[in-house]
Design a protein around this ligand. Sequence first.
Ligand code: NAP
Length: 323
Amino acid sequence: MEITGHPIDERINMEKVIIVGSGPAGYTAALYAGRAGLEPLLFAGPEPGGQLMITTDVENYPGFPDGIMGPDVMDLFRKQAEKFGARIRQETVESADLSSGTFSVMANGVKHESRTVIVSTGASAKWIGLESEVTFGGYGVSACATCDGFFFRGKTVAVVGGGDTAMEEANYLTRHADKVYLIHRRDQFRASKIMQERVLANPKVEVFWNSRIDEITGEMEPRKKVTGVRLASTIDDTKSDLPLDGVFVAIGHHPNSDIFKNSLETDENGYIKVKPFSTETNVSGVFACGDVTDHKYRQAITAAGSGCMAAIDAERHLESLGA
Ligand code: NAP
């Protein structure tokens, strides 16, 4: 409901802070805003908990020397935010109006107004862009080994990519599959050394260097399934067929900034721009944190750190408004 003609303080359901997104950045912003007494309203979005929900062992989050499972650590994040009064809604924000000093977001067809907005919508998996990838999505093609690896017990699968995610997925899949091919378009990985070493030392992993997937082949009857890939050399375009039961795409992520693009400045890849050493966007009162702003570090700990910054920035902004 549009309410006009009222002084700002008389508006119904005017929030102090709305947080969009529920990864490490969003929950940390909610924790800090909650402790500051701002009673933040957080929309968890289509992937509650964010990317760590599809990660197995998190070995590099400080405070967990024995590692922790991704979903378990996100459960702790959520509980801690709720403990300090964050209100968490399992809803997706469909659109946002950040054009005036009072902001609004639409979720489940309901409008929510707020003095400040923290955008922490994260990033999502990228796909190669093949039609066959869509055809067999969920029928042997996946972007999440920890979600779907179990279905490939005793089978042969491929992982595409050369970054840390691809290394992690390939290693993880060897727990289930008998054979894991790692398909990479260049002759060296960009993954960290330790992750590369683990993969290269794993006897179940075989690397196809300088290779790309031109087609994912499969059957539609009697049951839709992947049967292999058509590979092409990135050096001389030589083609070859590789029989497989599954393909895991692990080629990076894109920022979930689409609903904010009309109002917030982004870089050429869609990452929301923030001022240096700050979470301030180009719109005063709107802050952004976590992977939706960060193409460089993209770690849970850096996302959490920037979520903390966003909450502090929002709190100071509200103070400056006298709120
Ligand atoms: P990434 O580092 O951007 O690597 C993407 C990989 O996919 C690259 O090797 C790239 O090839 C390849 N690629 C991109 N587009 C492709 C396409 N269309 N076809 C074929 N290959 C393609 O992404 P990431 O591995 O998801 O990692 C993202 C960030 O998260 C990194 O900072 C990483 O360190 C971090 N991370 C950390 C951990 C951990 O520490 N446990 C785990 C996962 C991720 P080129 O190399 O040729 O560009």
